[in-house]
Design a protein around this ligand. Sequence first.
Ligand code: ADP
Ligand code: MG
Length: 259
Amino acid sequence: MSRGCVALVERSVSSRAAACAREVSKVYGSGEARVVALDSVSVEFVRGQFTAIMGPSGSGKSTLMHCVAGLDTFSSGSVRIGEVELGSLNDKQLTRLRRDKIGFIFQAFNLLPTLTALENITLPLQLAGRKADQEWLETVIEMVGLSGRLGHLPSELSGGQQQRVAVARALASKPEIVFGDEPTGNLDSRSGAQVLGFLRDSVRELGRTVVMVTHDPVAASYADRVVFLADGRIVDEMREPTADAVLDRMKNLDALRTH
Ligand code: ADP
Ligand code: MG
């Protein structure tokens, strides 16, 4: 079968994909140190959906996210963001694609300490030399409940508020897709629930596409769909997940690993 994401037979499905990976493998090191972090992974992230990537520690979640988001190279296979094949881009084009089409939220909030909340939110747009769509920006800022805190520095905000700034920053450019790697990993459960709620709202109400790596079944339950990774392969998926169902599935994965 073709390795391209736009093989004719797949076109009807692929056009719905904000991003897709086809037979992506990622190998670190060589000889005794060789690690197959991703083993021929094919996955599609449908537009307007919230997908969680779950799996045990070391299963390849972050590697998959980094490869699909153009933050890391892969050993073989192909990745597409929207209609664009990442493999067809040079470094400069890849940087521009990441800047224009992709939003990122990480576990560490990664805000610049000397900039206000608003300046942090609009920084990526400024760096890209783009003017903010004011109406969109206001919608996003209101959604994450930061309207009264825009002049605050990160040090004057709680962890939950800082991550809300990071969520607004990721959405500010109206990206094709938003990737989060354990975005609630540093938050208490209440702040985490708020951030997850905003991610879900950005999908349900603002029509965005979100892909979130997590090892937390409660976080995964906010998603429309959960993709399970184990040992660098996709081993299962679940629609309309509940925390209990995800937890059960994870226990089975762990049991498989020990046999
Ligand atoms: P997860 O996010 O699910 O915990 P990762 O994607 O971080 O897993 O890692 C998958 C596998 O790849 C692990 O075995 C990890 O040790 C290995 N790995 C990740 N990054 C590197 C690296 N830079 N060099 C070597 N091995 C790595
Ligand atoms: Mg990880």
